[in-house]
Design a protein around this ligand. Structure first.
Ligand SMILES: Cc1cc2nc3c(=O)[nH]c(=O)nc-3n(C[C@H](O)[C@H](O)[C@H](O)COP(=O)(O)OP(=O)(O)OC[C@H]3O[C@@H](n4cnc5c(N)ncnc54)[C@H](O)[C@@H]3O)c2cc1C
Length: 243
């Protein structure tokens, strides 16, 4: 059993994984594809990320162009390499599509997350950092696909599971692209206002959430800082609930 299962290796999830691992917790970091760890979705991204974040720590491995940008793929591979080299982090490619839940007198308790292989993964706490991937739909020209970002597929099961447990979600719309890239429009579900309080899902003992899935579109630095802030909350919960 891991101390914490983090679902989604984007900016928020990677930051939380790094912080919790550095404090000695065992982290299972499950993400849909190992090819999209720390993905920004664009071809190139601004290389300068906040120095106090996981992204900022990758700077020595990156060689920005004269315009200050770097290929997203280089950021992704540096991030994946760094996470795989972190002993307390176990990076797993899978999709979380359900939660195993016990109803307890003091609130719901997640005993495991279920992955699409049908394997339940047990953890003492679960942190959802799933970005714009719940009920995601993306429109590029005439094409509409279930994707959180261009080329990154999204699957409906986790959102369906949350709603089955009565967790309220709301639809968020956003758009991007332009310039050399095609314009796209998208929608996704995030937690409804007030459902997540200070990083913790209300009415649940050990279910936490951070990043875009809580706050809607935000930049990399803000998502990372939110991941770190909620990781602090998770650490406090783990310390207070040692079995
Ligand atoms: C096209 C584009 C370009 C951008 N460029 C920049 C930029 O240059 N600079 C900047 O600061 N910000 C940029 N951003 C914003 C930045 O990408 C986001 O702020 C940041 O990625 C949000 O982090 P997150 O961790 O909340 O979500 P995400 O980074 O989206 O991570 C969510 C992760 O969860 C995974 N996931 C989802 N559901 C499941 C599931 N059920 N099971 C397992 N894994 C799951 C997804 O595959 C994904 O890897 C850009 C955004 C877009 C869309």
């Amino acid at each position: 059993m891991s101390d914490v299962c983090i679902v989604g290796a984007g900016a928020a999830g990677c930051e939380a994984a790094r912080l919790l691992a550095s404090r000695g917790y065992d982290v299972l970091l499950v993400t849909t594809s190992l090819d999209t760890v720390f993905s920004c979705g664009a071809e190139r991204v601004v290389a300068a990320m906040p120095t106090d974040t996981f992204g900022g720590s990758l700077a020595p491995s990156l060689r920005p162009d004269s315009d200050g940008t770097v290929a997203s793929w280089d950021v992704h591979s540096a991030a994946k390499y760094a996470l795989e080299a972190t002993p307390q982090v176990h990076l797993l490619q899978s999709n979380v599509d359900d939660l195993h839940v016990e109803e307890r007198s003091d609130g719901r308790f997640v005993t495991a997350v279920e992955t699409w292989e049908g394997v339940p993964r047990t953890a003492r706490a679960v942190l959802l950092c799933v970005g714009p991937f719940l009920k995601a739909s993306l429109e590029v020209g005439m094409a509409v696909e279930a994707a959180g970002r261009p080329g990154e597929m999204a699957y409906p099961e986790l959102a369906e599971a949350l709603e089955r447990f009565g967790v309220a979600l709301r639809t968020e719309r956003h758009e991007g692209g332009g310039g050399d890239a095609p314009t796209w429009r998208g929608s996704f579900a995030r937690f409804a206002h007030g459902v997540v309080h200070d990083g913790q899902v209300r009415g649940w003992q050990n279910l936490f959430a951070a990043g875009v899935v809580v706050h809607g579109p935000m930049d990399y630095g803000s998502a990372a800082r939110d991941g770190a802030r909620v990781a602090d909350r998770v650490a406090a919960w783990l310390d207070a609930n040692r079995s």
